[in-house]
Design a protein around this ligand. Structure first.
Ligand SMILES: [Zn+2]
Length: 480
């Protein structure tokens, strides 16, 4: 087999070249286009206004006939696998293996390139693009991915025998990609590991939907911890495995002072100590091995929220008692919880809203009114008139008069002085409501008595008037 050089294909010169001397991965891609596409066309697309890259993205390309074309070539930074370009090489199959399988001729040529990669860079770490991308790409397509997953077997029809015995696709010989439908000892190991981490899965060597869910859950945990940046798809691929390894490494650092930090987070967010089993499960589980993630997990836990809600409800009750002198109803609490938890209102905001509410003002009015009436009764020995109340409420609520000012004013009033002059004796020790009622009854009786007297006086006047008219009539008759 041989590689057709750039020159022989009349490829354009690259805009620039960066060289590399190491290569830890060999990525496989498909072009996702028709098998008739030429390398030149792909280069023009990659270097054109749409992509504007320095060169065609791949190290090499292979067509359906098994012809091998030089792209960037060996020893040049690639452009095909973001995040890995400076430590990898790549090959692209010209075609779309989502819709038509890769040909045996192409497989043989790719295996030959893998041999070259190993000869130069010392590894056969062949990886499919999709497991190293965050974009959700299907590359290298269904057909090529299945070939890779099955172990990149050499096609019998072509008879190419790779340098090493297959499958040897990963520098870590213990690693196998696992998904639904797989079984065997690798699945048992994975299931046992997931179970140790607290995920719900049987350890039966059968990768079923439940194992897939457990993998997804763990991928999600690792993702939230900022360790895993792959797709949460329930497939145990190299990214998941690497993230798992990183999580375990981090857990070692975490063990050093993690306990104290977790303890502090329990105190702060849950208002209690962590139980020893909680502490050891955090320290041992490695599920979320970054201390920041553990703390934010505790902070956002249902328990923390419930505690928050409890605290907040309690606070709302306090403000109601303070400002309105009554307990908040369930509806009140729910309303203000929502406002506070959504940050629409601060606590100060709630307090001042209630303080200036009609209810608070009315409640204050009653207090003020009652106080004014009491002072009137105390100093002037009479009920305050409604005019008195309105007048003094205005003065006091506007701050023009303090209660002391008001009291002094009443004591110095002419009315009070008159009362003092005409009643030099000591004021009655105290007046009970009964005393006041008795006094009112006496006054009522007096009023009735005087009313009766006035009535009879009026009657008397009418009679006198009548007598006078008769007298006048008599005098007139006599004179006439
Ligand atoms: Zn690709």
């Amino acid at each position: 087999m041989q590689i057709q050089s750039r020159e022989s294909q009349n490829l354009r010169l690259p805009k620039y070249v960066n060289r590399i001397t190491r290569s830890d991965y060999y990525f496989i891609h498909h072009s996702a286009g028709p098998i008739t596409q030429t390398v030149q066309q792909i280069q023009n697309f990659h270097m054109g206004y749409e992509r504007d890259w320095s060169d065609i993205a791949y190290s090499h390309l292979v067509n359906w006939k098994g012809q091998i074309f030089e792209g960037r070539g060996w020893g040049v930074v690639g452009g095909s696998t973001k995040g890995y370009n400076s430590r990898s090489h790549s090959v692209c199959y010209i075609g779309n293996t989502e819709i038509a399988d890769i040909t045996d001729e192409a497989k043989a040529s790719i295996l030959w390139l893998v041999d070259q990669h190993e000869a130069i860079y010392g590894n056969r770490n062949v990886q499919p693009h999709r497991l190293y991308s965050n974009t959700g790409t299907l590359c290298p397509g269904k057909g090529m991915f299945a070939w890779w997953k099955a172990g990149l077997h050499s096609p019998d029809s072509v008879g190419y025998v790779p340098r090493e015995s297959w499958p040897l696709v990963n520098t870590d010989p213990t690693f196998t990609i696992l998904g639904q439908g797989d079984d065997g000892i690798e699945v048992v190991k994975l299931q046992q590991m997931l179970k140790n981490l607290g995920y719900d899965t049987a350890v039966d060597g059968d990768f079923g939907p439940k194992t897939s869910q457990a993998v997804s859950a763990y991928q999600g945990e690792l993702y939230r911890a900022g360790i895993y940046n792959g797709v949460v798809d329930g497939i145990w691929g190299p990214k998941s495995a690497n993230s798992h390894n990183e999580a375990q490494k981090l857990s070692v650092e975490f063990n050093e002072d993690g306990g104290a930090k977790i303890e502090a987070a329990y105190k702060e967010y849950l208002g209690r100590s962590a139980t020893s089993s909680e502490l050891s499960s955090w320290v041992e589980s490695l599920v979320v091995a970054k201390i920041d993630s553990v703390i934010s997990f505790i902070k956002n836990s249902d328990e923390a929220k419930a505690k928050d809600t409890k605290l907040a409800s309690f606070k709302i009750q306090n403000i109601y008692t303070d400002q309105l002198g009554r307990a908040a109803t369930q509806k009140d609490v729910a309303y203000w919880l929502n406002k506070v938890q959504s940050s629409e209102y601060t606590w100060g905001g709630v307090r001042s809203f209630l303080a200036t509410s009609d209810e608070a003002v009315n409640r204050n009015d009653k207090v003020v009114e009652f106080k004014i009436a009491s002072i009137f009764l105390d100093i002037l020995k009479r009920k305050a008139s409604s005019d008195d109340i309105v007048y003094w409420m205005t003065k006091i609520k506007s701050g023009e008069y303090t209660w002391e000012d008001f009291t002094r004013f009443l004591k110095n009033s002419d009315e009070a002085k008159f009362f003092a002059d005409t009643n030099p004796g000591p004021p009655p020790a105290s007046q009970t409501p009964d005393d006041i009622l008795t006094r009112l009854a006496e006054i009522q009786a007096l009023i009735e008595k005087y009313d009766a007297a006035i009535d009879s006086a009026e009657q008397h006047l009418v009679e006198l008037d009548q007598a006078f008219r008769e007298l006048e009539a008599q005098v007139g008759a006599r004179n006439g």
